[in-house]
Design a protein around this ligand. Sequence first.
Ligand code: SAH
Ligand code: SF4
Length: 361
Amino acid sequence: MEIVKENKSVNRNIIAKRITPLSSFNSAELEKIVIEKLNEPKFRAKQLAEWLYKKLILDANSMKNIPAKLFDKLTENDFTTCSSEIIKKQQSHDGTTKILIQLADNEVIESVIIPSDKRITFCLSTQVGCPVQCYFCASGKNGLTRNLSAGEIVEQFIHCCSIIGHKLPSNIVFMGIGEGLLNLENLLNALEIISSENEINLGARRITVSTSGWVPGIVKLADQEKQFNLALSLHAVDDEMRSKLIPGKMRYPVNKILEACRYYRQKTNRMVTYEYTLLKGINDSIVAAKKLTTLALENRAKVNLIPYNSTENNGFYRPSAKRINEFSSILEKAGVQVSVRREMGNDVDAACGQLRNKYNK
Ligand code: SAH
Ligand code: SF4
């Protein structure tokens, strides 16, 4: 494992909570800011958008065709091209890279870059902490600190692009820290910028939003009628089993969640994926595998089995490799489209929330 401390390219003196990153805005909004707030010609907005969204560069020092005077005006008006910075980068032997990003108020989030065959996937965060506080998950350990703004989500994405040579990834999944559907407005604004042709232009079908089953959010996302993929962290085949994993305050009944997912499919014509974190002795029985098979077939959902990544001494364990195989075979033989998540980045604390927790300690 290699640990790289990044150069601090951002002047932290100019970073304050009230400063708005330009990545919060689409091209039309940027134009309005440039013309009305900065009194600069329209083409400057195009140039800024080009740097941020096409060249995937946040660092003002690299934006050579933009005069220093314009950056001064941006600062005077409480805007910045970059409000966050990569403060740590960990590379795993398997190629996975995990980065820690420090936000303007010194909060920290993490993102993971996962190469596989010819694809590169970014795993991104939506919140600082998480209010759902699933018992097995490191991200929710201390609850929610705050939502990420749309601009912070887009910046996170662009930081990840910079790591792979200022290129677009094949896919992004919102499976980092936070429950994205509890920060839906900001997430949707960010997704608009990431997926629109005018801005970053990463197709909606390359984007997956993962949820612990926040029903009102699933319905709202469905109503957008966009082609985003939905992943449901089901983890259990009934309410009793699920109550051992997710606290009651934010937990909907399984039947309501599945109904919302059917609605999502109806509205978007996209297959939903059930994520199922395999936890020894809790949800890994043969009976559970059979019930999950029925649920997946009934709802025509794909299943992604995630062998539990031990985070700390919290009483949750990963099942044996033999059991994981048995479990997935049952689904597969019955005709369910099933995948088992490869172990990635184990040596870099790749389970969501782990690296951030370590840093905060
Ligand atoms: N809040 C959203 C998205 C972030 S969590 C959600 O819950 O879906 C992304 C996925 O990682 C979830 O399926 C979650 O259950 C899983 N996960 C969290 N901690 C894990 C761990 N230690 N090992 C394996 N999977 C984990
Ligand atoms: Fe939050 Fe998802 Fe972790 Fe649950 S699994 S605490 S919803 S990030």
